[in-house]
Design a protein around this ligand. Structure first.
Ligand SMILES: Cc1ncc(COP(=O)(O)O)c(C=O)c1O
Length: 376
């Protein structure tokens, strides 16, 4: 089966580089080359200046894999495969799944987390996030009931894109227990991990706590470096690691040599970069809170528990897709409607990681006042 077009990525492809303001980006304000190089210590600067632009080691630069492994408690450099995050999803799904497998995926979700499985021919059950009175909610009973004898993988993504939800520690443990009882893989997209304002809610990485746990992470979101195209899989099964590497020979073979060195610099300065991004997000949450409370006739919003995005509901009388289109056409502000995540409600994503969030939200506010949009 063929892959369907990636709705969200096609929408970004159409507008991202044309509009004035991006109010729905999931990545944090990207670092400049100058900012990053300034953080480099003498050894890494030496690596950078003397780098030869040959092919690199397929699993990733050994120093980079060492730094990545340090992000985990029980995961070694040999358990890390460096790849672009989107590539890593493709490699893992293609390597593990076959057409007679069943998967369960948290929903809504970043499309490739289930689309690659669909294209392989897997049957899919969605584990749906529901908006409740106090925030987003996932029912563990539904997950348990969805498991069949053919279930090969449970796909989760916390902190979650697009809702900003995360599981409680006890619910996370319950998911791992359910999977472990039946030997089901957990593919855990942890691209927004380390962006927890309250670090006590940070979940363990699944690769650290479960033999069949596969963690996906990378530098695109929490580390504000999407242009490096550096991410990784962290996983334990030796045989699976080898099969993933065999598959990677058909995607990129190896990673971009300059990006690997820049990634090492970023991980050597991770605390500073993460704090910068958390500060931006926290400041923007204050602005968002004010905006949504000033316009509570038009929006319902729960702030994110973690990560750089959240998923407010539009309560206006026109459908959310039309609202987004109007704001784009009249004010050059791009907002992503929830149907691009396969979500049927009237929700849209906002990104809280950009420095011009305040300006963009003020323009949106002005548009709402001028256009006389009102609640349903
Ligand atoms: C949840 C999630 N996983 C994976 C990715 C892929 O990351 P990248 O675009 O850096 O390949 C994204 C990007 O938006 C994402 O939001």
């Amino acid at each position: 089966m063929k892959l369907e077009p990636f709705k969200l990525e096609r929408y970004f492809a159409e507008y991202e580089f044309k509009v004035k303001f991006l109010l729905s980006s999931s990545d944090c304000e990207s670092l400049s080359m100058a900012e990053l190089i300034l953080m480099a210590g003498p050894d890494t600067l030496d690596l950078w200046q003397n780098l030869r632009l040959g092919y690199t080691e397929s699993p990733g630069h050994p120093v980079l894999r060492e730094h990545v492994a340090q992000l985990y408690d029980h995961t070694l450099p040999d358990n890390i495969i460096i790849a672009a995050p989107e590539e890593a999803i493709f490699i893992a799904m293609q390597t593990i799944l076959s057409s007679d497998d069943h998967i369960i995926t948290v929903s809504p979700a970043y499309q490739s987390l289930h689309e690659v499985a669909r294209s392989i021919g897997c049957s899919i059950t969605q584990w749906n996030l529901e908006p409740g009175a106090k925030g987003w909610h996932l029912d563990l009973n539904l997950l348990e009931r969805a498991i069949t004898d053919h279930t090969k993988m449970i796909i989760i993504n916390f902190p979650h894109n697009p809702t900003g939800h995360t599981l409680s520690h006890s619910d996370f443990n319950a998911v791992v227990e359910l999977a472990a009882k039946r030997g089901i893989y957990i593919f855990s997209d942890e691209m927004y991990r380390l962006l927890e304002i309250d670090p006590t809610i940070r979940l363990p990485s699944v690769c650290d706590v479960y033999e069949k746990g596969i963690s996906l992470s990378g530098l695109s979101k929490s580390f504000a470096l999407p242009g490096l195209r550096i991410g990784w899989l962290a996983l334990r099964e030796k045989e699976l690691i080898n099969r993933c590497l065999e598959f990677k020979d058909y995607t990129t073979i190896c990673n971009s040599a300059p990006s690997e060195i820049l990634a090492i610099i970023a991980l050597q300065n991770k605390d500073q970069i993460l704090q910068r991004n958390l500060d931006i997000i926290q400041g923007n949450i204050v602005l968002a809170k004010q905006f949504f409370s000033d316009n509570s006739n038009l929006f319902s919003w729960f702030g994110p528990k973690a990560g750089s995005v959240s998923f407010p509901e539009w309560l206006g009388e026109i459908p959310v897709e039309q609202f987004c289109k109007k704001v784009l056409e009249h004010r050059g502000v791009m907002i992503v409607p929830g149907n691009l995540f396969g979500f049927s409600g009237n929700h849209f994503r906002i990104g809280l990681g950009r420095k011009n969030f305040g300006e963009a939200i003020a323009i949106l506010n002005g548009y709402i006042k001028d256009s006389g949009l009102h609640g349903a």
